[in-house]
Design a binder for this molecule. Structure first.
Ligand code: UDP
Length: 243
C-alpha cells in the first residue's frame, strides 16, 4: 500500500502528526529528536533520537503483534516516519509498575528499586495543562472519560498482558523493565488498539548487570550519556530479536 503525507495536524512533545492524503483511516507520525521532562518544563534533544525511538517501537510493536496484541502500527515510511491507524485516543495514560521508582516512590516516600509483590496498574488523566494527574476508576467513569468499568478492566488486563510480554522481551536483552506508560484508542469498529510508542521515553529500563538507568531518567536527572543509552537499548534489541 502506498501512502502520501497529508496536512499537518498536531505537534506533540516527541512526535508531529500529519494526515494521510485521501485516507481518513490513517495518520502519519514523525518521531522528533526532542526530549522533554517534568511536563515539558525541561527541554532537550539529540541527533538521531527520532530514528532510534521509531526503530525501538517498531521492534516492540511487531513483537507484541506476533503475540496477539493489536497495535495502531501500520507501515514505516522512512527512518523517522510511520503510518498508523487513526484512533480515537482514550484520555488515560495506563502505567504499569514492577519495581518502585518515579512518582510512586515519591508519593509514598519509598526507596527506589524495590520489587513490588505484583505488577501495579495505575491510570493518569492525559491532560498536560493539569500535569497528567492520577485518576481513580470512579473518577474516570463519573466524569465520563471512559464509558464503562468494562473498558477500564479491559485496559488493565491488556496492560498486564503487555507487561508479561515486555518483561520477557527485555529480559533477553538483560534489561529490567521497571515501569512504563501505555496509551490506547478505539478504531472505527470500536476495537481497542495499543497506540503511541514504547521507547526509553515511556519506560524505565535498568541494566540487569550494573543497575544503570538506560532511559529518560538519564535526561531528567542529568546523568549524562542519554544518546548512548538509547543507542545501547536499540542495539541490545537488534542483537536479541529479529523482526
Ligand atoms: N511516563 C510517560 N509519560 C508521562 C508520564 C509517565 O511516558 O507523561 C512513563 C515514565 O517514563 C515511567 C512511567 O510512565 O516509565 C511511570 O511514570 P511516573 O508515574 O513514575 O512519573 P514520572 O516519574 O515520569 O513523572
Amino acid at each position: 500500500m502506498s501512502y502520501k503525507k497529508g496536512e499537518f495536524l498536531y505537534e506533540g512533545k516527541a512526535k508531529t502528526i500529519y494526515s494521510v492524503l485521501s485516507d481518513e483511516n490513517f495518520v502519519w507520525l514523525e518521531f522528533k529528536n526532542s526530549l522533554t521532562a517534568f511536563n515539558a518544563q525541561k527541554k532537550g534533544e539529540f541527533e538521531g533520537k527520532g530514528k532510534i525511538n521509531l526503530e525501538i517501537t517498531n521492534h516492540i510493536f511487531k513483537y507484541l503483534q506476533s503475540n496477539d496484541i493489536k497495535t495502531h502500527w501500520v507501515q514505516e515510511m522512512s527512518e523517522s516516519e510511520v503510518v498508523c491507524q487513526k484512533l480515537s485516543i482514550i484520555p488515560l495514560e495506563v502505567v504499569v509498575r514492577n519495581i518502585t521508582a518515579g512518582s510512586l516512590a515519591k508519593k509514598f516516600n519509598l526507596k527506589e528499586g524495590v520489587q513490588l509483590k505484583k505488577p501495579l496498574v495505575e491510570f493518569f488523566y492525559k491532560k498536560d495543562e493539569l500535569g497528567d494527574p492520577f485518576i481513580s476508576d470512579e473518577q474516570a467513569l463519573v466524569l465520563g472519560f471512559v464509558e464503562s468499568q468494562k473498558t477500564l478492566d479491559d485496559l488493565k488486563s491488556r496492560a498486564l498482558k503487555i507487561n508479561e510480554l515486555l518483561i520477557q522481551f527485555f529480559d533477553k536483552c538483560e534489561i529490567s523493565l521497571v515501569d512504563f506508560k501505555l496509551e490506547f484508542g478505539f478504531d472505527l469498529k470500536n476495537n481497542i488498539l495499543l497506540a503511541d510508542e514504547i521507547t526509553p521515553d515511556s519506560c524505565r529500563l535498568w541494566n540487569k548487570k550494573t543497575g544503570e538507568k538506560m532511559d529518560k531518567d538519564r535526561f531528567r536527572q542529568d546523568l549524562g550519556l542519554v544518546k548512548e543509552s538509547y543507542e545501547e537499548i536499540l542495539l541490545k534489541i537488534q542483537q536479541n530479536w529479529s523482526l
